[in-house]
Design a protein around this ligand. Structure first.
Ligand code: GLY
Length: 422
């Protein structure tokens, strides 16, 4: 009995102490800054709703500024609904809630999709927020089915969830059949949710095994990361460490590093295993202390692009490197992750949260934030989809907006008790 009381009091004490430390070491959010940005987002999202009526899922714009929408099976399909949920959360605007429901429910067929690893992106950003904000049990069922679909891609031989069914190396040969990309860390949150929702711990075990394999094979000694690790599905051996969207196999693609910081922060939230906290912190340190980081803390699309003395491998995408493009999406993802990560680090967390706020202020400045009537009604300018594939160079991207809004909500929540993901 005494033990059980002690066990139940301990997390409460921990939360009180960490909350107190955060309050002492980080001033409350600038609520005027958050409100102004949320009001701005609200207006743009309403414009986008008119523009996107009758289309598929908004993703970016083409060279003429026209909206480009995408299939529900594209990895980005859930972000527009997520943006609507976040804007609703900030405003309680009924129009946004109705639209969020509509754009979420259009994605229902995706719960059965097993063609790649992106279920977490597609479903947790849409249905995950929908369930968090409405408690609708039908949404919970969709999320659990989505996790089951994702889990079909796990192999106990490789200890990983297969990202794509094949990856054609930029080197020409070979074509790998079990590639795992660092982005996949973002799908694990859905698995933890499913274990909590069902009591079936196998989802959680898959997430832990996958993250441990990433730590072993995908993270370099300096806590930068490889974008793609390719496995032999019969033996689990690593066959190659390459890039798909970065500058070179031996470089660090900025958005990949951002996915790693965010993903290991979630792993720590879900397990409280300090190994993951250490990984998230060191990956963040690589990001924040990088010599090629511009003063506004919005990175170039690859950390090694303009690094004096860096020798890219022979396969590097030098021909595609024409202009020093930034990636606002990487900064938005990282800002959101750092606001959470900082909360787990006591006084040391202040550095990470302050860096996040610097990023948010840069993103909210006229250099990156669009005015109504431009940028196809997306919020942020200057992101990059994939330079090696030759698409989405210096464009708005729906997921940059998603993590920007999430980061604003996390910033607003600092020092306040909030349920769920904050
Ligand atoms: N696959 C997700 C990304 O492009 O970042």
């Amino acid at each position: 009995m005494r033990n059980s009381i002690r066990l139940s009091i301990r997390p409460v004490l921990y939360l009180m102490l960490t909350g107190l430390t955060a309050l002492l070491s980080f001033s409350p959010a600038d609520s005027a800054f958050v409100s102004e940005n949320m009001a701005h987002a609200n207006a743009l999202l309403k414009n986008m709703l008119r523009q996107a009526s009758g289309t598929t899922f908004p993703k970016t714009i083409d060279a003429s500024g026209k909206l480009k929408s995408t299939s529900m099976y594209d990895w980005t399909s859930g972000f527009f609904a997520g943006n609507l949920w976040y804007a609703y959360e900030a405003s309680h605007d009924e129009t946004l809630r109705q639209a969020a429901i509509q754009w979420t429910e259009k994605l229902a067929p995706v719960q059965m999709f097993t063609g790649n690893h992106d279920l977490g992106f597609m479903m947790y950003c849409s249905y995950g927020n929908a369930y968090r904000l409405t408690g609708n049990p039908a949404y919970k069922a969709v999320l659990v089915q989505s996790a089951k679909s994702l889990a079909t891609r796990f192999s106990s031989v490789t200890g990983s969830i297969k990202s794509w069914d094949k990856f054609v190396s930029w080197h020409g040969q070979p074509t790998y059949t079990f590639p795992v990309i660092i982005d996949n860390m973002m799908n694990l949150e859905l698995l933890f949710f499913a274990s909590r929702a069902t009591g079936d711990l196998s989802f959680r075990q898959i997430a832990v095994t996958h993250a441990n394999t990433v730590l072993k094979n995908q993270i370099r000694p300096d806590f930068s990361c490889y974008h793609v690790v390719c496995y032999d599905d019969k033996t689990g051996a690593v066959l190659g460490r390459e890039t798909a969207q970065g500058y070179a196999d031996n470089s660090t693609w900025s958005r990949g590093q951002a996915w790693g910081i965010y993903g290991f922060t979630v792993m720590y939230r879900e397990t409280r295993d300090p190994v993951y906290l250490d990984a998230a912190r060191r990956m963040a340190d690589y990001y924040l202390t990088n010599k090629n980081m511009p003063a506004d803390k919005i990175p170039y699309w690859d950390f090694n692009l303009y690094q004096p003395g860096f020798t890219p491998g022979p396969e590097a995408h030098t021909a595609e490197v024409t202009a020093p493009l930034r990636d606002a999406s990487a900064a938005a993802i990282t800002a959101s992750a750092l606001l959470e990560l900082g909360g787990y680090l006591g006084r040391a967390g202040t550095t990470y949260r302050l860096a996040a706020v610097t990023m948010l202020r840069s993103l909210a400045s006229p250099d990156y934030r669009a005015n109504p009537g431009e940028n196809g009604n997306f919020i942020l300018k200057h992101s990059v989809g994939s330079i090696p594939h030759g698409f989405e160079r210096d464009v708005p991207l729906v997921y940059a907006d998603y993590y920007f809004l999430e980061a604003l909500l996390r910033y607003a929540a600092l020092g306040k008790a909030r349920p769920g993901r904050y």
